[in-house]
Write a protein that binds this ligand. Structure first.
Ligand code: UT7
Length: 321
């Protein structure tokens, strides 16, 4: 089996920064409630850019950072739960825009676990010699599927995209994954698509994100540490040897609870939820790119990424830099 490494990262978020105070000007909420319950202070909200545009901008930065040409990419996977279209896929649109004419392209929907799932798939393609260089993107415009009259959900989400380029390599860089789904709990996070509206029937669908927050909170605090423990069963390292934990940025209190359950110092958990809110599939690659640009990631670092969310889905991956 081939070795796989991350060779570049990129991210892009809309310019429009929306603070908790700004939300309080049109919603019955407060900075105190949002920041104490979630850790969120600001989020980026699109004033026109779609999911594809955010993905393209993040992809261009990842390609520049990896010093490759777009036509060397033979696989593009976009993780998103908020695509611009049913078809073409976001990945095919990215391919057109960046002229990665040699790639196979498709989207993956595993909600907030989407990036971990997509990275797992792309890694498997390279390990099994079906691709040599892959572009893996998480991109979301959650503001278009948020109910801006529902203070229980719309304050949580933000728009953004993050991307990585992974490549066949001489040394191992992406070790293994543990990904699972719990379809029996699917109704804890929902967002309908189109109405069923044809010659025979007209049935309305709720087109906004609805979430049973407390159940999802408990699910995350239970299943994510268990997933990380499972991942480590097949790892050459102990949990204590891991340098950074990059978890889906949904709630500071969830990350803190997971750090306690794993008995790992909270300072090893990278957090940027304060600036971006919950960007679903984009949160982990945005964080990885920030860490890369801040030069926090150094060769030899061992990182665990972990996502959780709609599906319900969850998953963890072990990466060495
Ligand atoms: O990314 C996908 C995965 N998603 C998650 O991981 C989310 C997991 N869940 C959570 O992070 C938390 O459950 C939330 C942050 C969503 C909610 O926090 P909570 O402590 O579970 O609050 P709650 O939903 O139980 O609401 C408590 C109170 C309610 O008022 P009453 O009934 O006690 O009077 C809500 O109406 O807070 C009220 N509330 C708000 N108040 C001010 C709900 N949203 C707001 C708001 N501002 N924005």
């Amino acid at each position: 089996m081939n070795n796989v490494r991350i060779i570049g990262t990129g991210s892009y978020t809309p310019d429009n920064i929306v603070s908790n105070d700004e939300l309080s000007s049109f919603l019955d909420t407060s900075d105190e409630w949002i920041s104490s319950r979630t850790g969120i202070k600001n989020r980026r909200i699109s004033k026109g850019e779609g999911t594809t545009q955010l993905a393209v901008n993040a992809a261009r930065k990842a390609i520049a950072s990896s010093h490759i040409q777009a036509n060397e990419i033979d696989l593009i996977i976009v993780a998103t739960m908020s695509p611009d279209n049913f078809t073409p896929s976001t990945a095919c649109e990215v391919q057109r825009e960046i002229q990665a004419d040699n790639a196979m392209c498709f989207d993956v929907n595993a909600a907030c676990s989407g990036f971990v799932y997509a990275l797992n798939i792309a890694t498997t393609y390279i390990k099994s010699n079906m691709a040599k260089k892959a572009l893996v993107i998480g991109s979301e415009v959650l503001s278009k599927i948020s109910d801006w009259n529902d203070r229980g959900t719309c304050v949580l989400f933000g728009d953004g995209a993050g991307a990585v380029i992974i490549s066949e390599a001489s040394e191992e860089g992406i070790m293994n994954f543990h990904c699972k789904s719990l379809g029996k709990l699917s109704q804890h996070i929902t967002c309908g698509a189109r109405d069923l509206n044809n010659h025979y029937i007209s049935k309305q669908t709720d087109k906004y994100i609805r979430m049973n927050g407390q159940e999802v909170f408990k699910f995350a605090c239970t299943y994510v540490p268990a997933s990380i423990q499972k991942l480590m069963e097949h790892s050459p390292y102990s949990l204590q040897e891991i340098d950074y934990f990059v978890l889906h940025q949904a709630n500071k209190r969830i990350i803190s609870s997971i750090s306690k359950r794993l008995k790992i110092d909270i300072n090893k958990f990278y957090m940027n939820i304060e600036s971006y809110g919950n960007t679903s599939a984009a949160s982990i690659p945005i964080a990885l790119d920030e860490m890369n640009r801040k030069k926090i990631l150094v060769k030899g670092n061992k990182i665990i990424i972990a996502g959780f969310g709609g599906g319900l889905t969850y998953g963890a991956g072990l990466i060495t830099i």
